[in-house]
Design a protein around this ligand. Sequence first.
Ligand SMILES: [Zn+2]
Length: 341
Amino acid sequence: MFHSVTKIELSVTNRPLNSVSTRLTEVENCLTRHPLQNTLKTSVTFVGVGLHSGRPVKMILRPASAGHGIWFKRTDIDGRGAMIPALYHLVERSPLCTRLVNDSGVSVSTVEHIMAALAGCGVHNALIEISGPEVPIMDGSSVPFLRGIMKHGVRTQAAPILAYQVLKPVTVEKDGARATLLPADQFEIEFHISFTDAAIGTQAKRLDMRNGSFARELSDSRTFCNLSDVDAMRAQGLALGGTFENAVVVDDGEVLSPGGLRHSDEAVRHKMLDALGDLALAGGPLLGRYVGERAGHSLTNTLLRALFETPGAVRPVECTPDMAARMPGQGLVWAEIPHVA
Ligand SMILES: [Zn+2]
């Protein structure tokens, strides 16, 4: 959710014609100077199971007004406690996924793939109604969400896009992992991973997020794990909805999931997808370069907290057309969204 939003008044009733004309010119000038926020054109429904809970869940993405931001609403809970804003400071430590918890203690888990899809489409405002405590895992990637949203498209709203511009480097480290945000002219994500299983091994990738690159390069990459981790996760009550279809499972240098990999470096691409979703919890698009080295959801969240707590490290800016052209939603083309079974 943005801290402040300047709404543009479009009403021109009860004025002389020359005044109306002047006002329309002002509006046009304002819209030209300030690229505009987006919401969904229509509601979109997804049905599936939670990766960790294994519970069936129905999720409906609904359009929302300018300045609303992204909110989750638990439809199985009554009253104001059902509302959970998608903001970084509400992230609670949780293994293997990103979990938001509101002031009433109501939570929603595994938000990262839907947040990545919304950021990748340039959607700034949406209400996400969800019938249980975990977002459906679908195929383990963001592409079912991306296709569902872009099948109908997005609608422009009369309010400027507010972004967060990184002004100086911020780094956090823990247990040999590191995450960094650096000033940059565009939003970039770079990731390095190193896994002991040879089916994944050492991978690195860097991507400028403009021109629909999220859709083409990252959106269909699935979550992954070692077969040996599955029993350990299930003993902790995790991955109960995991299958060989909604996660890439590897064992002793082999990919066990039917059909193999979608990309030879699918694992690092998925980590970049996760990073985009976790960084979207800033409350607006970032203008800066993220570098993750063996980082996970928790460390990326620690990085966002450090960014906003470090004096002079970030500032909110109204996007100029030039800035907006570098955002992930720009240049997205339906034909370039991967089609997966
Ligand atoms: Zn993920």
